[in-house]
Design a binder for this molecule. Structure first.
Ligand SMILES: [Zn+2]
Ligand SMILES: [Zn+2]
Length: 355
């Protein structure tokens, strides 16, 4: 039924066009219609014509409004997410200062209290420093005015050369050097110049949450049983401060345990990538390349993998032994190795030859 209707329609269109073609020479109504049809066809073809156009370009064009909407929402939500991180971290710090530290000072032995105070404040300092630096440090962008920039391709959006490991961020709408991903929790891209700050923030936030969760376990059990018994038979002598403290301790433990699990998983994933000398974007590309080359009987070798220990040293900028203390365990503003444009792959060549 449907196919016969379509056949009838195409037949009638052909008949109309044949009539127009016959009328063309006479300059009548049909001639003008033919002209209009020819112009429309030419216009449509000239709009669609591009020697590089393929199905991917067409899909990109079709999904462009959807991607634009998602990117705009993500950009806007970035500010909300940053406020949320600051708000939740501050709430945990306030609860610790109001209810946990007084208990530690009054009940713990001096040495244990000093240990908890030092450890807690060191983790807080590392979290605050790395979060601030991850937000405020630019991930790095390829230079637009330099003509001799080493590049592997041209960015279609920026129309500039793309150095190796550079990718375009559709949310920031710019190319990012050694792009890892766009992080809504930072409202910033994670790239060459702030990758270390991002990872250190994740690492210390996870450690801080694990530390809080473990050290407040006994207090959480006491608070939980107090709230449970209070709900059954409210004690007449319980003050507002006490009941608030119990609820805050429960909130602290639930929040830090949840974040420890969720962020712990993310940190482990990123640690695995650093171990392999890859970024999140390269993980997908390298996986595809490995599969493609395996089918041809070849082996894929990541040119940015220099061996596990060397990868970590390059990532943290560790050149001497003392750097493990001054650059990893203490706040440090040192820049990353290289400019993010040129990459030395001689390490990996030597490493793979040695293996
Ligand atoms: Zn770009
Ligand atoms: Zn971005």
């Amino acid at each position: 039924m449907g196919s016969s209707w379509r056949w009838q329609l195409s037949r009638s269109t052909r008949l109309v066009l044949r009539w127009c073609r016959q009328q063309k020479g006479g300059g009548g109504e049909g001639g003008r219609l033919w002209e209009l049809w020819s112009y429309s066809k030419l216009l449509l073809r000239s709009l669609c014509y591009n020697s590089l156009a393929d199905s991917d370009t067409l899909l990109d064009c079709v999904f462009e409004p959807v991607i634009w909407t998602v990117d705009s929402i993500t950009r806007w939500f970035g500010v909300v997410f940053v406020c949320l991180v600051v708000l939740l971290t501050s709430s945990v710090v306030i609860i610790v200062y109001l209810f946990v530290i007084p208990t530690i000072i009054s009940t713990y032995p001096v040495l244990l209290a000093v240990y908890h105070l030092s450890c807690g404040h060191w983790i807080l300092l590392m979290i605050s420093f790395h979060y601030y630096k991850a937000i405020t440090t630019s991930p790095g962008h390829p230079p637009k005015d330099k003509l001799n920039t080493p590049s592997v391709s041209i960015c279609k959006k920026c129309v500039t050369p793309k150095p190796p490991r550079t990718h375009h961020c559709s949310i920031c709408n710019i190319c990012v050097l050694k792009m890892d991903h766009h992080c809504p929790w930072l409202n910033n891209c994670v790239g060459h110049f702030n990758h270390r700050y991002f990872f250190s923030f994740c690492l210390y936030m996870t450690l801080g949450c694990i530390y809080c969760s473990f050290s407040s376990w006994d207090m959480f059990l006491d608070a939980y049983s107090a709230v449970e018994s209070y709900n059954q038979t409210p004690p007449p002598d319980q003050s507002f401060k006490e009941s608030t403290a119990h609820k805050c301790i429960i909130f602290l433990w639930v929040l830090t345990s949840t974040v420890a699990v969720a962020l712990g998983g993310l940190t482990l994933w990123h640690a695995r990538l650093i171990n392999r000398g890859e970024t999140s974007v390269e993980r997908h590309i390298n996986r595809k390349e490995t599969k493609r080359l395996r089918e041809r009987g070849k082996m894929f070798r990541n040119p940015h993998h220099h061996g596990k220990m060397k990868n970590w040293k390059l990532f943290f900028g560790v050149e001497t032994r003392s750097h493990w203390l001054t650059r990893v365990l203490l706040p440090s503003c040192h820049p990353p190795d290289g400019d993010g444009i040129e990459w030395d792959c001689t390490f990996s060549r030597r490493y793979f030859l040695a293996v």
